[in-house]
Design a protein around this ligand. Structure first.
Ligand SMILES: [Zn+2]
Length: 413
């Protein structure tokens, strides 16, 4: 019963179905390449100016500036800096929105009692992408594999897969001097409902690069990330030793960002495959609500073998693991919605302490990170698998409540 009181349905999976498409951009002339770089530089300047404006006004008369206030001032740019508006007002709004987002998350974290860093001025080294938040300023010509960008012209695009639905927003991202990516968000996509399977599953998202399923399966896919993580730590240390502004530092930074890119590609690939498999095979998928999980769990004691550099590594591992699980849930959410499956997030409280066999709850049940041994009935199991079973149970109970309330409401009408 304890378990039930703290459960809730996660917010994931609500909202319109969106898909993300990726592609590679190639310019057909040096002029286009320069124009793309110029667009990036202008937007970086705009971001910094807008940040300065917010700080200045607040210091001057304690007035906060909103996103809409700043959008209004965009029209004045026509007289002072017309080149910033060359690529249209949409991309400028995207930049201001990005600043607004970083302020919002800053305030949100302040309210939670955390100590976040104040939004920073960006150097071009840290400014790699621009966003078009509506359908003006660009036009996708799928048949010709081109995208027309205002102020730049027709740029070649190689899409990873054909477009489904209506393209809504785009983001252009510079990877390095030779490579740019485009990502397109589409909406109004037709549902692709899958036939019922009659199967249900609970999943426990481990900290040690593994996922445990309530049917007893352990998925150890993320272990390969370990290798890249070690490499990343090495590159990062070497970067810190290099002199600021030097050529060698630039090269080192390229290595670090390359490793980051590799890790995120591997992770995305893994999460796409895992989420696809789960959604294809199960009607009901229950997972832990990560928002609650992170509040209750400290990063300490979650690493399998604490050894050298455990402090730096635990920070790195934790941020990577968190990001990875969030991504997996996001992928599952949109795939589940598309296939008409049910995805439920439950409070992970007590799920590691309850015996899934006899329901006895005790801290003593879980002696080590890996083993679960029930003090009452002697049930012995892998701790994560036991947790996954409890998670499934909590999800079933929650779904039962929901179905009941629907049938009561329906009956009274
Ligand atoms: Zn038991």
């Amino acid at each position: 019963m304890k378990l039930l009181q703290h459960t809730r349905i996660s917010r994931l999976g609500i909202g319109p179905i969106l898909t993300y498409l990726f592609g590679i951009i190639a310019w057909s002339s040096m002029k286009q390449a320069l124009a793309l770089n110029y667009l990036l530089k202008n937007q970086c300047e705009l971001y910094n100016a807008a940040l300065q404006e917010r700080i200045g006004l607040y210091k001057w008369n304690k007035q906060p500036l909103s996103f809409f206030d700043q959008c209004k001032t965009l029209t004045h740019l026509k007289e002072v800096r017309p080149e910033v508006l060359n690529n249209g007002v949409t991309v400028c709004r995207g930049t201001l929105q990005r600043l607004d987002r970083s302020f919002k998350s800053f305030y949100k974290r302040c309210q939670k009692g955390q100590t976040p860093g104040f939004p920073r001025f960006k150097s071009l080294n840290r400014w790699k992408s621009v966003e078009y938040k509506d359908i003006t300023g660009w036009k996708l010509k799928e048949a010709e594999s081109r995208i027309r960008l205002l102020g730049i012209g027709d740029v070649k695009v190689k899409l990873t897969r054909p477009i489904k639905g209506t393209p809504k927003t785009i983001t252009l991202k510079k990877i390095n001097e030779k490579k740019w990516y485009i990502s397109i968000v589409c909406t109004n996509i037709e549902k692709n409902t899958l036939p019922r399977t009659g199967n249900e599953i609970g999943i426990d998202l481990g900290v040690i690069n593994q996922v445990a399923l309530s049917n007893g399966q352990l998925v150890e896919g993320q272990r390969f990330l370990r290798k890249s993580e070690d490499k990343l730590a090495l590159h990062q240390q070497s970067l810190e030793r290099k002199k600021r502004g030097s050529n060698r530092r630039g090269k080192s930074r390229e290595l670090v960002s390359g490793t980051h890119r590799k890790i995120s590609n591997q992770r995305r690939d893994f999460n796409h495959k895992l989420s696809r498999e789960l959604v294809n095979n199960f009607d009901l998928i229950v997972h832990e609500d990560l928002n609650i999980k992170n509040m209750s769990k400290s990063s300490k004691g979650t690493i399998e073998n604490p050894g050298k550099q455990v402090k730096q590594k635990s920070g790195l591992n934790k941020s990577i693991t968190d990001a990875a699980w969030n991504q997996l849930l996001q992928f599952m959410a949109y795939k589940a919605k598309d296939a008409d499956r049910t995805l439920i997030g439950v409070n992970p409280r007590y799920t590691s302490q309850i015996c899934s066999h006899c329901k006895h709850v005790s801290k003593e049940n879980r002696k080590t990170q890996e083993k679960f041994l029930c003090r009452q009935c002697g049930y012995l199991e892998n701790a994560d698998k036991n947790a996954a079973r409890n998670i499934l149970e909590a999800g079933r109970a929650l779904q039962g409540e929901k179905d009941l309330s629907i049938s009561i409401c329906g009956g009274s009408k």
